[in-house]
Design a protein around this ligand. Structure first.
Ligand code: F6R
Length: 368
């Protein structure tokens, strides 16, 4: 049942190319148009939406943050992302022109369900991105976009995260198609998304050094993660995986925040993962993140740098360079998070911990 792997988590990490490919399957018709037939809303209704609010918890909320960058950039619709348990008790400004999108692997997370119910009471339209057919959250939402990651058994989410991000991209592109009538850009992103599974595959084949780094870090007390733009939620997800699996204090920061406080944490030997954007990104943040690496290195940090193949600028300041294949800037999280998952899994294993069932956690949190 573990497909030859020692743990469900390891199997699920290796399932990720399929999780992405299967989530993309059957979303386009013969003309290349996206068809999402379970949206529960007409195209006219979708055109009337003036704001989107994404509600989710934990890893699913980080998928939501990635979605915000992509959907705002492509569809030019304002997107807020909020932890479901905060949204529910905050008196949010929501009406019938708001599209509330919940993201949940299990479809049973009570905090997320309560947020969806609250959104409906306020008159919003609701869509759920969910991995579990017939679960409560999609049943109570107006529409659903199912992720096709297959059952996720390990408590720590991996393949569901990639599938959630993929589904959010599809939703964003669908909104472009419906609201902006710009089909060309859509085809280009879809084509690159189709290429992602093979890139994850090749990335997974090159993880030996990451595993080695993890095994030598079993005594580490704290690890920091820096990222910017879509790399920021990836940094937070990398930190969450490490907390959950290896019980190591870990924090993810937006790299731009460094000088506003967190740089005080840097002392000699402090390991810091840095998720570097592509040198070709149109947002032009590559140079800024390379400067951040330089700054923390000068203060003694041990820099573990996740950078695109061919990015030589990082090399002088990196103690380790972990390479990821090239892709479009907004799609990079589907690749950059993978080494961080493998790192947490391997470190947890090196400490002799229960990877699939970390202490104090349940697979789905059905209480508020
Ligand atoms: C982290 C993890 C949790 C879940 C969160 C939401 O590895 O698994 O943070 O992502 O509890 O769960 P779902 O997606 O089922 O609503």
């Amino acid at each position: 049942e573990k497909g030859g792997f020692d743990t469900f988590m390891e199997k699920e990490i290796h399932d990720q190319p399929h999780a992405v490919a299967d989530t993309l399957l059957g979303r386009t018709d013969e003309t290349g148009s996206l068809v999402l037939d379970e949206m529960g809303m007409s195209e006219e209704d979708l055109r009337a939406i003036d704001k989107m609010v994404i509600v989710a918890c934990g890893t699913a909320a980080y998928a939501g943050m990635v979605a915000k960058y992509a959907i705002e950039r492509w569809a030019r619709i304002p997107v807020e992302v909020e932890l479901a348990h905060e949204f529910r008790y905050r008196d949010p400004v929501i009406d019938e022109k708001t599209l509330v999108v919940s993201i949940s692997q299990s479809g049973e997370t009570m905090d997320t369900l309560m947020a969806v119910r609250h959104a409906k009471e306020l008159g919003a339209r609701t869509i759920s991105i969910c991995n579990t057919h017939g679960s409560t959250i999609p049943r109570e939402s107006d529409g659903v976009l199912y992720t096709h990651a297959g059952p996720e058994i390990a408590v720590a989410s991996t393949k569901a995260f990639l599938a959630q991000i993929t589904a959010s991209y599809i939703l964003g592109l669908y909104l472009v198609q419906v609201r902006r009538d710009k089909r060309e850009g859509v085809a280009e992103v879809m084509a690159e998304l189709q290429a992602i599974p093979a890139k994850i595959e090749s990335l997974l084949e090159g993880m030996d050094r990451v595993k080695e780094i993890a095994r030598f870090m079993a005594d580490t007390r704290a690890v920091l993660f820096l990222g910017r733009h879509v790399g920021f939620p990836v940094a937070m997800e990398g930190a969450l995986k490490l907390k959950e699996l290896a019980y190591i204090h870990a924090e993810g920061f937006a790299a731009g925040e460094l000088k506003h406080g967190p740089i005080a944490l840097i002392e000699p030997g402090q390991p810091v993962f840095v998720v570097v954007p592509s040198p070709d990104s149109e947002h032009g943040l590559h140079g800024k993140v390379v400067s951040n690496i330089q700054e923390i290195r000068a203060r003694g940090a041990r820099t573990l740098v996740i950078a695109e193949e061919g990015d030589e600028d990082v090399v002088p300041f990196a103690d380790e360079v972990i390479r990821v294949p090239r892709t479009q800037a907004l799609l990079a999280p589907l690749l950059t998070v993978v080494p961080l998952q493998v790192f947490a899994l391997e470190l947890s294993t090196a400490k002799g911990l229960d990877v699939d069932q970390p202490r104090n956690l349940a697979k789905s949190v059905t209480v508020e």
